[in-house]
Design a protein around this ligand. Sequence first.
Ligand SMILES: [Zn+2]
Length: 219
Amino acid sequence: MTRTTVEFIACPVCKHQSGFTTYQSINATLEPKLKQQLIDRELFKFYCLNCGEQRVVCYETLYHDMENRLMLYYIPAVVNREQEVARIEEMFSQIKQVEGDRYFNSLDSYNFRIVSDMESFIEKVQIFDAGYDDRVVELMKFVLAPKEEEDIQFSYDHMVFTKVGDDNYQFMFIDEKRAVASLKFSKEMYEHFELEYAPILDDQYFVDEAWAYRTVAKT
Ligand SMILES: [Zn+2]
């Protein structure tokens, strides 16, 4: 179910109050148009009706993709990680109890994840939308990332899985919020990684670079 609240926010420029809709939960299967609006960050844009000022306003929300079996919780800034994780874990376990019969025929294959930045939020939405497992994608990023500076002609902070066009995907190399290069993503490559790492994939709420590092270290 999608749940929203309208708040009135004062424009940072002209102080005029405009309505802003926040989504406490987003059901991407029942309302597919919200998925694209999320990817385009439209769901987080505040528009001032008076002066036209635009701002991105981040707020926590639960994203649910029933088709691809994903429950993804976005917390804009994780100040106290342990406390936040405990709160979301409690919420996830309540969801499992209440909704268990309706949605989760086999709960084990459902993916519960937590992200704390907008880029990872959108990335995971796109990974699952494409029918992929975010754990395999994280491992690909970790293993395929150029490790030596001499190997590449640019510097970058991290890589992000991104959709390009209707049905193509690639890894973008991001440096200071700008894409500076890309690496082709192929289904064959994905399947190769899936086969190799399948036996050691564990289920965690946070699946990120640190998780990939720990997983690869086990091999
Ligand atoms: Zn304004």
